[in-house]
Ligand binder design. Structure first.
Ligand SMILES: Nc1nc2c(ncn2[C@@H]2O[C@H](COP(=O)(O)OP(=O)(O)O)[C@@H](O)[C@H]2O)c(=O)[nH]1
Ligand SMILES: [Mg+2]
Length: 362
């Protein structure tokens, strides 16, 4: 059994993984280890490339996830798929130096800390790879917020490079939100034990090949994280986002209707049709950007099929909405209540279908 499992979430990292495995070999002499690539069915064939590596090296393993996306959930699945007592989470793009692993493992193994975090912001660290000043500022703000949230003194809570005992991660796994990509933060807030965290300096390197998938809209991530922790059990986070977008969509609908019907003087039915179409398109765009930002559709083709699928989904939801509302109203329920019930049913329906067929990569 390996001592250490390195969990490597990947999305389009084909060019990076071979050289990374070489570097792991170089860095981990004397430690028995395995590397688990958790790949979300990357279009560039990262999973195939990882299997090719695995065919000549039993330490390499691959989890290929189909129809699912997200960094946090990838890490959780990786942690649940190993028997190694320790896991390290790192980027597959060479931004995280594998040479730090033996030191981090030693720190945790000898009881020096429950979690070893590679930090860009401690003495000896270097945030150099953070592309520009705006991202640096974003990181600094995120860190302040995170300290409030977790109560843990950390200079770099957004770090994606850390090592801990696997059982700790598995223990809290059922309580992790799995939304977004702040896995370390998610883990620290969800854990009910008080964990000691030690930081080691990381010189953050530029990504070796390929493009970054994350534009860390950190403020938004934190709001979502806060909501998820406190109200997420009541109304699931993603559904709440979907509903909020829907409410904004109603405003868009009314604005378009007012413009076409009142200002331009069209017939009401035409105005309503144009407004419905406009609001659906707007909702698709906003949901893609907000609700499903961790599994966003990008590129003209994916956007076009996604948009068509969303409009189709919403039409089905609209039929359910009208059917339920008229049934209730005909049975003597006050018209406004019947309408609200119809809207709710339509929303749940739209959410269920679109999360599966539009953003679920089916
Ligand atoms: N499995 C999986 N991996 C992801 C996803 N998004 C990003 N990654 C991987 O997570 C790591 C960090 O992402 P990256 O794009 O480098 O973010 P950055 O370091 O903030 O620019 C990389 O190895 C990515 O390939 C995802 O949705 N699923
Ligand atoms: Mg990276």
């Amino acid at each position: 059994m390996p001592d250490l499992a390195i969990i490597l979430p990947t999305l389009d990292e084909r060019e990076n993984i071979g050289p990374l495995v070489d570097r792991l070999h170089g860095a981990l002499g004397g430690i028995t280890w395995e590397a688990i690539f958790v790949d979300d069915n990357s279009p560039d064939g990262t999973a195939d490339a990882a299997r090719a590596l695995a065919s000549s090296d039993p330490r390499i393993r691959v989890i290929q996830r189909i129809g699912r996306r997200g960094l946090a959930s990838a890490v959780i699945e990786g942690a649940c798929a190993t028997a190694a007592p320790y896991i390290a989470v790192m980027d597959a793009d060479h931004q995280h130096d594998p040479a730090l692993l033996p030191g981090m493992l030693e720190l945790v193994r000898t009881g020096g800390a429950d979690v070893a975090v590679a930090s860009r912001f401690v003495d000896g660290g270097d945030p150099g790879g953070l592309a520009d000043a705006r991202r640096r500022e974003g990181s600094a703000m995120a860190n302040r917020l995170a300290r409030r949230l977790t109560g843990v003194e950390l200079s770099d809570p957004m770090s994606g490079y850390f090592l801990l005992e696997t059982r700790h991660m598995r223990d809290v796994a059922p309580r992790l939100s799995g939304i977004g990509f702040k896995v370390l933060l998610d883990f620290l807030t969800a854990s009910d034990r008080s964990l000691t965290v030690r930081e080691v300096p990381l010189q953050f390197a530029p990504r070796r090949a390929g493009a970054s998938k994350l534009d860390r809209a950190v403020a938004f991530e934190f709001l979502v994280g806060l909501y998820d922790r406190h109200l997420g059990r009541l109304i699931p986070t993603r559904f709440a986002l979907f509903g909020t977008v829907g409410a904004v969509g109603v405003a868009v609908h009314m604005a378009i209707l007012a413009l076409v019907f009142l200002v331009m003087g069209s017939g009401f039915a035409l105005g309503q049709a144009v407004a419905t179409f406009g609001a659906m398109s707007f909702n698709f765009w906003l949901n893609n950007w907000l609700t499903y930002r961790d599994q966003r559709l990008v590129g003209p083709r994916a956007m076009l099929t996604g948009w068509l699928g969303f409009c189709l989904t919403c039409s089905v939801g609209a039929v359910a909405n009208v059917a339920v509302a008229s049934l209730l109203q005909a049975n003597g329920i006050f018209w406004a209540l019947a309408a609200v019930a119809g809207i709710l049913i339509g929303a749940v329906w739209n959410y269920a279908l679109s999360s599966r067929f539009v953003w679920g990569r089916f």
